[in-house]
Write a protein that binds this ligand. Structure first.
Ligand code: NAI
Ligand code: PHE
Length: 357
């Protein structure tokens, strides 16, 4: 059954890691290494079953391949999941996991994802050289990701309003975490209005106090009257139930795997809601990886500038979607998969879309 799943999703390799002495159960999914060593964050979560963990890792790894392809990060795509509730995370568990990563000899490069903090990355980096985004001088990836999401919003506004200005624009952000809060700050500084939600009421309160945001209950965020809905918490939030309630003309946020199914992307398109594909929008981490690997002297400002490439990449996809009369998520998949097949076939990927602008 596991190998069938791998075949179905074109997965190259799956590594299962176990160390009962520290309660470690982890899975590393290397989806594709055509463009280089496979990169992807490590997520720590309590999953209902091993199959659920594996399916999540595979889906996320597949997204990483497309994300890294379009971000020209020179890496393939991968993802790892550690099966544990955040309150059971220990230093010993992280160290044991990192030793498994080290053993792979660089075939897998990892960074942070849900429930793995910048501080956790420092612990991992103590045990393995194959950690990305742990540099003290460059700092965490979240501000870079948030800047990329902001650039993506500008591209969406440009297409929908004919102007990338945020005056009179309301953004509803789901999740006031590391990325969501930075994004809220950027929208506020640009003159936009904010509606926010989070399961952590203190995080909402901070946005109300510091950014003049209006906080709403978790489930009310979908129907908020906003120009942009920005999912910055969990995946699968765009589904039949939520899409019917959306009151925004644009969906553009940081969360990975926002669509529950491909058909949900089609449903957004039919409703005339512009969906900015998640792995295009949230490629700030992948761009960070590219710049960190290419330039050991890079500074945080280089990362922020790099994240602005997302504006052009997304604009290209939005224009193609209009020309092809196809939903944006399908067009993004087609472009990423074409580059990948072209590289696989002759080692010569098609030109990046930036050059066509
Ligand atoms: P985080 O863990 O700092 O923030 C997530 C926030 O969402 C937390 O404040 C949490 O309380 C809140 N939340 C959880 N469930 C919620 C719910 N049902 N309703 C409302 N809020 C809820 O995570 P971070 O780093 O901000 O990442 C956010 C998303 O962006 C994740 O899906 C992550 O995979 C994705 N992402 C993050 C990148 C990064 O550089 N940190 C890069 C690319 C994607
Ligand atoms: N986890 C983040 C993402 O989903 C950041 C990351 C990118 C981590 C690339 C490692 C490698 O994009």
């Amino acid at each position: 059954m596991i190998l069938e799943l791998a075949e179905q999703h074109d997965v190259e390799q799956i590594i299962f890691c176990s160390d009962p002495s520290v309660g470690l159960k982890a899975m590393i999914v290397i989806h594709d290494s055509t463009f280089g060593p496979a990169a992807g964050g490590t997520r720590l979560m309590a999953y209902p079953s091993e199959v659920a963990a594996l399916e999540d890792a595979i889906r996320l790894a597949k997204g990483m391949t497309r994300k890294c392809t379009l971000a020209r990060s020179g890496t393939g795509g991968a993802k790892a999941v550690i099966m544990a509730a955040p309150e059971h995370k220990t230093e010993g568990m992280l160290r044991a996991y990192a030793r498994f990563v080290e053993r792979l000899g660089g075939a897998f490069l990892t960074g942070n994802d849900v429930n793995i903090s910048f501080e956790d990355l420092q612990i991992l980096a103590d045990e393995t050289q194959y950690i990305l985004g742990a540099s003290e001088s460059l700092g965490p990836s979240a501000p870079v990701t948030a800047h990329g999401v902001f650039s993506a919003m500008q591209a969406c506004l440009e297409r929908v309003n004919g102007s990338a200005q945020f005056d009179d624009v309301t953004v509803a952000i789901q999740g006031m975490g590391s990325v969501g809060y930075e994004l809220a700050k950027a929208v506020y500084s640009a003159g936009g209005r904010l509606i926010v939600t989070d399961i952590d009421s203190a995080a909402c309160q901070r946005a109300e106090d510091e950014l003049g945001a209006v906080a709403v209950p978790e489930d009310a965020i979908y129907a908020s009257e906003a120009d942009i809905f920005a999912p910055c918490a969990l995946g699968a939030v765009l589904n039949a139930s939520t899409i019917a309630r959306l009151n925004s003309k644009i969906v553009c946020g940081a969360a990975n795997n926002q669509l529950l199914t491909e058909e949900d992307g089609d449903a957004l398109y039919k409703r005339g809601i512009l969906y900015a594909p998640d792995y295009v929008v949230n490629a700030g981490g992948a761009i960070y990886v590219r710049i960190q690997r290419e330039n050991p002297l890079a500074a945080p400002a280089d990362l922020m500038q790099g994240a602005e490439e997302i504006y052009a990449t997304l604009l290209h996809i939005l224009k193609e979607s209009e020309q092809r009369h196809q939903p944006t998520h399908r067009v993004a998949d087609q472009i990423a998969d074409e580059w990948l097949s072209s590289k696989k076939a002759n080692g010569n990927p098609l030109e990046p879309p930036h050059d066509t602008l």
